[in-house]
Write a protein that binds this ligand. Structure first.
Ligand code: NDP
Length: 252
């Protein structure tokens, strides 16, 4: 498939997990991909794998909570590849705790990394998209936006992602820029492995426990989220905007 021929994509938090799977998927379908991560070496490793498989990619170290770094990153991508058509806001962290124990830094870092970073990246990218009268933005939400014990900070940030997505769809729609969100349930990544460890479990046992309560009786793999992100970033979804699509194995 070449749904992204001549397209330039930025994927944040793409050094591992869902972001890395998305970078691979977009590159496999023809996009030139900027693999952006806090950890430059990790980003370059993913970009190197894409290049080794015949794709086009550059690894860029960037803290997406830093406005100047975000501006520099988007300018570099636009100059390197001659545009910026697709933005996948995927970088995220968890700092789980029950409300009575949650520290202010844990609250603020989760809001900043999961939500403010999207504001910064959308703001930096929209100039290129509006000028080209073309853009596709996909934001990573979460099923946790509906409420999840120990995740007041994360749930609030991901609920904010839904509001940001709906509003930017209204503002950017007239310029042929669509804005959507994907809200996964439980995906087998380093993020959920860390959660398992925090609650004294192993990734395998934790996944089994979640799978029992999921209609499809298993957790998701990163590629199963990447394929939905790719759909929303493609012209197959040209009339879809302002939506949050839950990808959670049928859980209510
Ligand atoms: P991972 O932790 O595996 O990967 C996230 C990547 O983002 C890491 O490489 C991380 O670096 C990077 N990152 C963190 N902060 C920044 C920053 N400030 N600037 C740039 N990069 C940063 O996460 P997942 O792949 O599991 O999750 C990806 C997205 O999907 C997140 O937004 C998450 O909230 C969302 N999601 C995940 C679910 C899951 O079950 N896994 C479920 C629902 C939503 P570092 O490791 O150094 O922090």
């Amino acid at each position: 498939m070449t749904r992204f021929a001549d397209r330039v994509a930025v994927v944040t938090g793409a050094g591992q997990g869902i972001g890395a799977a998305t970078a691979h998927r977009l590159a496999d379908e023809g996009a030139a991909v900027a693999v952006v991560d806090l950890d430059a070496a990790r980003a370059e490793t993913v970009a190197g794998k894409i290049a080794a498989a015949g794709g086009r990619a550059v690894g860029i170290g960037c803290d997406v909570t830093d406005p100047d770094a975000v501006t520099a990153m988007t300018e570099r991508v636009a100059q390197t590849y001659g545009g910026l058509h697709v933005l996948v806001n995927n970088a995220g962290i968890t700092r789980d705790d029950l409300l009575f124990k949650m520290s202010l830094p844990a609250w603020e870092s989760v809001l900043t990394t999961n939500l403010t970073s999207m504001f910064l990246c959308c703001q930096a990218a929209q100039g290129h998209m509006v000028a080209a009268r073309y853009g596709r933005i996909v934001n990573l939400g979460s099923r946790s936006a509906l409420g999840n014990r120990g995740q007041a900070n994360y749930a609030a940030a991901k609920a904010g992602v839904q509001g940001l997505t709906a509003t930017l769809a209204v503002e950017l729609g007239p310029f042929n820029v669509t804005v959507n969100a994907v809200a996964p349930g439980y995906v087998a990544t380093a993020m959920t492995a860390a959660t398992a460890q925090r609650v004294g479990s192993t990734p395998e046992d934790h996944q089994r426990m979640v799978a029992e309560h999921t209609p499809l009786r298993r957790v998701a793999q990163p590629t199963e989220i990447a394929s939905v992100i790719a759909f929303l970033a493609s012209d197959d979804a040209s009339y879809v905007s302002g939506q949050t699509l839950y990808v959670n194995g049928g859980a209510r």
